[in-house]
Every structure is written in structure tokens, then in C-alpha cells.
Design a protein around this ligand. Structure first.
Ligand code: NAP
Length: 297
């Protein structure tokens, strides 16, 4: 293996899965899934499909016509896919977003594995949320919706801070009803976050602030609000350690970057397609080698 690349044999019997997005050429998912298939000796292969938004319908028809086992879906197609599915899981319907399509006997089933992937990633670091735990979420975009929904299912007491407060209010009004969790919306400012973080057990950055190519930036989190009882999760995985995570580490917080969520959402999709338990350690190593190789590009 070199830079996350795995040698696989494709035969007449090989089952095909892949990722649809626009662009997809930087996706870590082919390296992650092909490493898993190779390790388990499975006759499967995972390939990238660059699909422009105007070609979605034809691309999805191609899943049936070519008898693919399924696909992952990434930016900017996740929110465009639901109307084309024969069936949506409850989570995908509620979020209005699909990141995994499963092809079963001509029917396309749309699911969203980001939220369960996020919770599984926290559990991997030993963080199991209890109902009523306070969680501060920065951001109200697509990944925030998946994360907030999963936190609501865990019964969390959520505070969302977003630059565009109306967007956060809309997210809360849509996702909170019918769950045991609670959501308050606050402004994304240092003084408000200092207050909100005092009794929080988890801070999640779902904004793109601090992502490559601007790793020097960070959301307006006051450094002195990063207390040792706080777990800091940043969904960003490029750079490997954001400025927020650097400061969290220096303040003695437990912390996690976005790699484990990427691995866990992929592992859930893998199991949905194959009915085989995924090798998470292999997938994590493959993502890490791929990202290290890519940063040397
Ligand atoms: N680890 C994983 O598996 C995983 C999965 C999905 C996403 N992610 C990462 O999560 C991040 C967000 O992705 P997304 O799909 O949720 O994006 P998105 O839907 O475009 O949402 C972007 C969020 O960032 C906020 N934002 C952007 N620029 C900002 C700025 N200068 N100041 C303050 N807030 C700003 C936006 O606020 P406004 O609403 O005010 O514009 C919005 O809340 C990306 O870094 C992505 O790589 C990781």
C-alpha cells in the first residue's frame, strides 16, 4: 500500500460501489473502502463518479442499469438526491439529505449515515452522551443538521451558534419537534460562547472556519472557555489539527478531528451495501495514509 492506494483485482463477478459528487477527485472514500474490501478478500471495488448536478437523474438511472450495489453521495448532490429515491430512511427524509444510496432489486433506498457516524466517532474516543448533557454546536449547514439530529436523538441539551442566526432558528424549528432534546440558538460571538461553554460537555465545530486553505482561522471561541471537562470535536480533517483543536489540546481538553466521523459514516454505508462488518481500523489507516499522501501533493 502506498499513499492510501490499494491494488484490487476487478473480475466479471466484481460488485461495484462508488461515490458521486462534483468534484470527487479529492475524495478519501475510494482509498478507505478499497482497503476494506482488499483486507477482507471481498470481490468488490469502489470507484469515483464525477456527476454534475444536472446529470443526477441519468446517473441514478445508471445505478439500476449497471447494477451497482450502491453509492455514497457528496457535495453538492446530497440535498438534490432525495426526490429521486424509491424509498428514504426516516433520517434521510427528515434531513432532506442522502449520503448513501443502497440498490436492492431495482429499488434505490436513500439513507444519511453522517449523524450515526458522528456519534460512533465520539464513542470511539470514549464519549457517550447522557440525556440532558449540554452540547454547543457551531454552524447550521448540512453537516450541522446531521449532527444536531443525532444529538437530539441522544437527548442532548443543544446550543447552536451560527453566523446566520435565522438559518440556525430554522434548523431548530425543523429538527427539534418530536425529540427529547432541546435547542437554543445564540449568536456566534466570544462573549456568548464563553457563557454557553461554562457547563457544556461537548463543543462541535461544524463550520468550515479553519479548513484548508485558511488553517490560521478559527471560530470565535475564547481560549479561556476551553475547560478540562470539555470534549472538543472539529469535523474538519484538513488540516489534521485545526487551530481550534491545537488550543483545545493546549488547554488539556479531550479532542477529535473529522477523520473518525468520515470513517464511521463510511463504515455504516459499507455494512448497508455488503451486510459484512466493516474493518474500521483498516479504513482509518487508509484514510490517514491517503490524507498524508495528499498533503504532500
Ligand atoms: N468529518 C466528516 O465526515 C465531515 C462531514 C461533513 C462535513 N465535514 C466538514 O464540515 C465543514 C462544514 O461542512 P458543511 O457541509 O456543513 O458546509 P455548509 O453546509 O456549507 O455549512 C457551512 C457552515 O459554516 C459556516 N461558515 C462558513 N464560513 C464562515 C465564516 N467565515 N464565519 C462563520 N461561519 C462560517 C456557515 O455559516 P452561515 O450559515 O452563516 O453561512 C455554515 O454554518 C467542512 O469543513 C466539511 O469538510 C466533515
Amino acid at each position: 500500500m502506498n499513499s492510501g492506494l490499494t491494488l484490487i483485482s476487478v473480475r466479471g463477478t466484481t460488485r461495484i460501489v462508488g461515490v458521486m459528487g462534483y468534484p470527487v477527485k479529492h475524495s478519501a472514500s475510494p482509498a478507505m473502502h478499497n482497503a476494506a474490501f482488499a483486507t477482507l478478500g471481498m470481490d468488490w471495488a469502489y470507484v469515483p463518479f464525477e456527476v454534475a448536478p444536472e446529470n443526477i437523474s441519468a446517473a441514478l438511472a445508471g445505478i439500476r442499469a449497471l447494477n451497482l450495489a450502491g453509492v455514497n453521495v457528496t457535495v453538492p448532490l446530497k440535498e438534490l438526491i432525495p426526490p429521486f429515491m424509491d424509498e428514504l430512511t426516516d433520517r434521510a427524509r427528515l434531513l432532506g439529505s442522502v449520503n448513501t444510496v443502497i440498490h436492492r432489486e431495482g429499488r434505490l433506498i436513500g439513507d444519511s449515515t453522517d449523524g450515526p457516524g458522528f456519534i460512533a466517532a465520539l464513542a470511539y474516543e470514549g464519549l457517550i452522551l447522557k440525556p440532558g448533557d449540554k452540547v454547543v454546536v457551531l454552524g447550521a449547514g448540512g453537516s450541522s443538521r446531521a449532527v444536531v439530529r443525532a444529538l437530539l436523538e441522544a437527548g442532548s441539551n443543544i446550543v447552536i451558534a451560527n453566523r446566520n442566526e435565522e438559518r440556525a432558528e430554522a434548523l431548530a424549528a425543523e429538527l427539534a419537534p418530536g425529540t427529547s432534546g432541546k435547542i437554543a440558538v445564540v449568536s456566534l460571538t466570544e462573549s456568548v460562547l464563553r457563557n454557553a461553554l461554562t457547563d457544556a460537555v461537548l463543543l462541535v465545530n461544524t463550520t468550515s472556519v479553519g479548513m484548508h486553505p485558511k488553517p490560521e482561522e478559527m471560530p470565535p471561541v475564547p481560549v479561556d472557555a476551553l475547560h478540562v471537562g470539555l470534549f472538543v470535536s472539529d469535523l474538519i480533517y484538513n488540516p489534521y489539527e485545526t487551530r481550534l483543536l491545537f488550543l483545545a489540546r493546549s488547554r488539556g481538553c479531550r479532542f477529535q478531528n473529522g477523520i473518525e466521523m468520515l470513517v464511521r459514516q463510511g463504515a455504516i454505508a459499507f455494512e448497508r451495501w455488503t451486510d459484512v462488518k466493516p474493518p474500521a481500523d483498516v479504513m482509518r489507516n487508509a484514510v490517514q495514509s491517503y490524507l498524508q499522501g495528499r498533503s504532500a501533493d
